[in-house]
Design a protein around this ligand. Structure first.
Ligand SMILES: *Cc1c(COP(=O)(O)O)cnc(C)c1O
Ligand code: SF4
Length: 398
């Protein structure tokens, strides 16, 4: 008889060594070998999979926009027989990336205009985004920061670390620092420890988190030594980035578990992508596998209006439909918040199915996940603070 763990584990697969049948397992598990052996050009790509005309042209044109790079670990998840493979769509360039539609932008979230110091984005009152490197283990074709990421795009990232620390020291309202890039986990343990030490020396910084796709692209990087270093800086949280259930392999699950076992709470951010995860069954499988890895689904992002992303963007209605199909139907912990990062720099705005059918000073009429309708009495307006009452008035009478 199978144990419960064995039965459950059948959804988690390993694809190694795949396209690298002759590599010694010790090298395979070395993250530096994985980086050195990334697929980065047309020739290496065509040795492994038959490209479509759109992909071939895409690879040739990608050289001065966003580099091509895929780790052997992640490359093995590609189904070579399927030109529409959801893994392939995320990392193999397509000619459509050269198309530009009028709504698209180089900096869709308006980060450059919210940078008091090069590399530090201060858009919300109490927290900042700190861009500590411009390199990633692999490059996502829809990357919202492709203008600076990978080193071949329109702009270069010139983070001024000393100036950033001075800004953080002077701004006592900042209690939360999010390290991103690029991918902070590509830095050496020493470099990262140095940054975390400087941040931890600032008393008003309560909370540090790292946004990273390294556990997914390069699970070998999540060594015990890295985890032990990170746990010196608690409370430290991490947001990983998984879009499709196939990305949660045995190796990735083990890497995520190592992080959690060192006390790092994990959240996941997915980008809603056409042909990748714009499907309720795919998203349900993803969020269920995430909670099995002890990762809380945090956000689903509507794809930003980055140049050349039209072929990967879905309707907003699709995202609402997915949330509608999850909320109430499955574990609340498994339901992420769908958001649009408002174009031009408005920040993340929650987008929800309409569960409020009517709301006035006497009652609220709501519907549940099954479409059944319920009423709840509204309390006296006097109990609201001025600000809330004003907001409600605006909502009711606009
Ligand atoms: C996403 C983001 C944050 C963090 O937002 P949370 O909703 O707290 O996760 C902070 N700063 C910037 C600029 C961001 O884009
Ligand atoms: S890992 Fe993140 S920063 Fe790097 S390319 Fe992908 S989306 Fe962009």
């Amino acid at each position: 008889m199978h144990s419960l763990a064995e039965t459950a584990d059948k959804r988690f697969l390993s694809f190694a060594p795949g396209f690298w049948p002759n590599v010694n397992p010790e090298l395979w598990n070395d993250w530096k070998w994985q980086l050195k052996n990334r697929v980065t050009n047309l020739q290496q790509l065509e040795q492994k999979i038959a490209l479509t005309r759109e992909e071939r042209a895409g690879v040739i044109l990608s050289g001065n926009k966003l580099a091509l790079a895929v780790t052997p670990h992640f490359f093995n998840l590609i189904d070579p027989e399927d030109p529409n493979c959801p893994i392939r769509r995320q990392v193999v360039p397509r000619v459509e990336e050269s198309n530009r539609s009028p709504a698209e932008m180089a900096d869709p979230c308006g980060e450059d205009s919210h940078m008091p110091v090069p590399g530090l984005v201060h858009r919300y009152p109490d927290r900042v985004l700190f861009l500590v490197t411009d390199r990633c283990a692999a490059y996502c074709r829809y990357c919202t920061r492709s203008r600076v990421v990978s080193g071949v795009g329109e702009q270069e990232l010139h983070t001024d670390f000393e100036e950033a620390y001075r800004y953080l020291e002077a701004h006592t309202e900042i209690r939360d620092v999010l390290l991103s890039g690029g991918d902070a986990l590509l830095l050496s343990d020493d470099k990262l420890r140095g940054i975390l030490r400087r941040l931890r020396a600032i008393e008003h910084i309560e909370f540090v988190r790292i946004g990273t796709r390294v556990p997914i692209f390069l699970p070998q990087r999540i060594t015990t030594a890295l985890c032990q270093m990170l746990q010196e800086f608690h409370p430290l949280w991490m947001s990983v980035h998984v879009n499709h259930p196939r990305e949660l392999t045995i190796e990735v699950k083990a890497a995520l578990e190592r992080l959690v076992n060192h006390g790092i709470p994990l959240g996941n951010q997915s980008v809603l992508l056409k042909g990748v995860n714009d499907d309720l069954d795919v998203m349900r499988a993803l969020v269920h596998k995430l909670v099995m890895c002890r990762v809380r689904p945090y956000y689903i992002y509507q794809c930003d209006l980055i140049h050349g992303s039209a072929h990967l963007r879905t309707s907003v209605a699709k995202g609402i439909e997915i949330i509608e199909g999850l909320r109430g139907h499955t574990t609340g912990y498994a339901v992420p918040q769908f958001v649009i990062d408002a174009p031009g720099g408005g920040g993340k705005v929650p987008i929800n199915p309409g569960y409020i059918l009517y709301h006035d000073h006497e009652k609220i009429v709501i519907r549940n996940y099954e479409g059944k309708i319920f009423e709840y009495p509204e309390q006296e307006m006097a109990e609201y603070s001025g600000h809330q009452a004003e907001e409600l008035d605006e909502f009711l009478y606009s």
